[in-house]
Design a protein. Sequence first.
Length: 277
Amino acid sequence: MKKISKKKLTELNKLVSIDKIRKVIQILRDPDGGCPWDLKQDYNSLAPYSIEEAYELVNAIEKNDVKEIKNELGDLLLQVILLSQIASDQGDFDFDDVANEISQKIIRRHPQIFDTEYKMNDLPQDSWERIKNLEKSNKKSSLRNTLDQIENNMPTIIRSIKIQKKAASLNFDWINKDQVLKKVDEELNELKEALQEKNKKNIEDELGDLFFTLISLSRHLNLDPDQTLRKANQKFINRFNEMENIVEDKKLKWHSLGLIDFKNLWNNAKKIKKRLK
């Protein structure tokens, strides 16, 4: 590892935007004097960082923190540039290939905008899914093991949504939310039966079925289940924080409180949060 020359630093500082960050990464990945950490990275080692940065961006968006959104977008872009540079070093592809391919994909999936001869009168999201499915069908003609093609290493809720959407694209889906609600009741009853039997494997199976059906319900309600759960998490945190504030203000001892005390604290915290909305 060595410092770059003043001449190269001057040249670097003349660059702007995407050209500058690409050059920075090229310098860090240079075998002759680059950064040891950057040089030893590969696709697998950066995968966890990519997931982490994506979630941090989502967190900033949900907080509506514009400054933080900008910072997290930069961190996520860093992962894209670094992974692309690794690919380039290995002779796989480079950032230009990535940018060109996504540009062509976006153009292809928006025929209402970019195809002057496009005649179909469908909604953008409908044409997007139709063209996406057509692209995939051109790659594989067999219908066998269709759902096995869905990536296994993505977050579980997202994978469940993809599984359900893929099945729905093959006309295997509930017609409306009322049918899904009926299935939720059915799965809940089966879970209760498993609990009575005290069979851990059956309990796990039925609880999993209930989770999967609730995700399907979210989909039919046009709600993102992951975002819905994150909001529920934050709501719980906010109310729990308020409970702690009440205990602190009243000079109570947390560990001496009983179940009824906690129930009353929770209800009071709930009322306070509703008034603050």
